[in-house]
Design a protein around this ligand. Structure first.
Ligand SMILES: [Zn+2]
Length: 122
């Protein structure tokens, strides 16, 4: 079965751009590794701030870290999907080696497994 990869590649690129924008709003790129992101607060200068304000900042940082972790996971999934396209193995189940259902790829263009081998989430 040969499926047209173009629409999936486009979806992946679109979502990747979106995720990158969201990552940039809650964090910043690690200067040493552009695929790694770290959470950031609105301003980094907390040296002379009063303790209450610092507590707020720590809380904000915690929230950002949680959002960032989710975004980063998605970012890596999308990047991996792009690599699979480049390697010509996109849309193949990692477990069975069978083609992944089109509906499944439409729902999640970064899917690594067919419906049968998709672990249930939550
Ligand atoms: Zn499978």
């Amino acid at each position: 079965m040969a499926i047209d990869l173009k629409p999936f590649e486009e979806k992946i690129n679109e979502e990747l751009a979106l995720v990158e924008r969201e990552l940039a709003s809650v964090g910043r790129r690690n200067p040493g590794n552009k695929d790694d992101w770290e959470a950031a607060t609105a301003d980094e200068d907390g040296s002379q701030a009063d303790p209450n304000e610092n507590a707020d900042k720590f809380e904000e940082l915690g929230i950002n870290e949680a959002i960032l972790a989710d975004l980063e996971t998605r970012y890596r999934e999308l990047k991996a999907a792009k690599e699979r396209i480049a390697e010509g193995v996109y849309g193949v189940c990692e477990i069975s080696g069978e083609p992944i259902e089109k509906e499944r790829l439409e729902a999640n263009p970064a899917a690594r497994t067919c419906l049968k081998h998709t672990p249930h989430r939550k």
